[in-house]
Design a protein around this ligand. Structure first.
Ligand code: PRT
Ligand code: ZN
Length: 297
């Protein structure tokens, strides 16, 4: 009896420990993505860690800079973190699924009035950055020698106070550069939040991870697609169908009004406006475009 109890006590069901940013730009989107994946973490997002009630995942809330190290060490099994941090930290982790948020670019910026002549412009100058590893790699690739000044915050003020000639920092809207009299001249990395994983996960953990990735992919696909319903005159049905790829092919149902059909299909977000215009030109009416919550293909 005692043996049995000990045995069942030691056989803990497998779970995945997921590290996400504690607060900051990636926090809201990370939580939202988990919710969209049907993972309930409502029992305490303000703690250091919390467990999902309906999925074998435990969440750790950390500073984004620390996430690659925790995942490399196996303190966390997986993490959501920006590619900029992953590649700057150079930790031994597997970089997987792109998560579609936290998008930005790591750019070199110079004073607005200067004329950029290519990477050689940076030769023998001073570059201020929080990303010395990525900047060094860019300089080496272009055979440039420059002095890298590593600073941890407000990089954009460095040229203005005479600390550097240029900067390398993350940009999203570009307004920070603009307000500081700077302009982008090189993009050294396009970045977004990605899923990273420890290299030694157990079989069971990989199975849980695959379930999570499947859900993430379904959410991402749904975001990139719209469901469309429209009424089509039968005499132009073929043309209208040819404009709508659908997941297999569009669904066509007869309308009560003779000579008309109802057509249902799925459209890619980026082809959406072009196709809508062509559909209208082909006589489609009553067009409804509806967001899709999950898409399993
Ligand atoms: O406390 P912790 O260390 O966890 O957070 P943090 O302050 O280091 O990071 P945080 O929350 O600012 O950013 C987290 C991640 O968000 C980054 O590592 C990037 O992957 C991503 N991200 C996306 C950005 C931006 N966009 C961004 N625009 N990170 C920073 N910025 C900053 C940039 O450094 C510059 O100061 O925003 C300014 C530029 O923005 P624009 O819109 O004016 O161009
Ligand atoms: Zn940080």
């Amino acid at each position: 009896m005692q043996d049995k109890e000990l045995k069942s006590g030691s056989e803990k069901p497998a779970k995945l420990r997921l590290a996400i940013q504690k607060s900051g730009r990636l926090y809201d989107d990370s939580i939202r993505l988990l919710k969209e994946c049907g993972i309930d973490i409502s029992n305490g997002v303000n703690k250091l860690k919390t467990e999902a009630s309906n999925f074998p995942i435990e969440l750790y809330f950390l500073r984004d800079d620390d996430i690659p190290q925790y995942v490399e060490d196996g303190v966390a099994d997986i993490g959501f973190v920006g590619e900029n941090v992953v590649y700057e930290k150079k930790k031994k982790v597997i970089v997987g699924e792109k998560l579609g948020f936290g998008k930005c670019r790591l750019c070199i910026a110079i004073r607005k009035g200067e004329t950029y002549t290519g990477p050689t412009f940076l030769d023998k100058t001073r570059i201020a950055t929080s990303y010395p590893v990525l900047v060094e790699a860019f300089l080496q690739k272009n055979q440039i020698t420059a002095e890298i000044h590593e600073i941890s915050g407000s990089v954009e003020i460095a040229p203005g106070i005479g600390l550097a000639d240029s900067i390398c920092d993350l940009v999203s809207s570009g307004s920070t550069l603009f307000m500081n009299g700077l302009k982008e001249v090189e993009t050294i990395l396009e970045s977004q939040c990605v899923l990273i994983q420890n290299r030694n996960l157990s079989e069971e953990q990989i199975q849980i991870l695959n379930r999570l990735i499947f859900r993430i992919q379904s959410v991402k696909k749904a975001k990139n697609n719209k469901y469309i319903l429209l009424n089509a005159p039968n005499n132009n049905l073929e043309k209208i169908i040819s404009l709508l790829p659908g997941m297999k092919s569009p669904t066509v149902l007869p309308l009560a009004q003779e000579g008309w059909s109802s057509v249902h299909s799925v459209l890619k977000e980026n082809e959406f406006w072009d196709i809508i215009e062509q559909l209208k030109e082909s006589g489609a009416e009553g067009i409804l475009v509806i967001p899709i919550e999950k898409m399993i293909v």
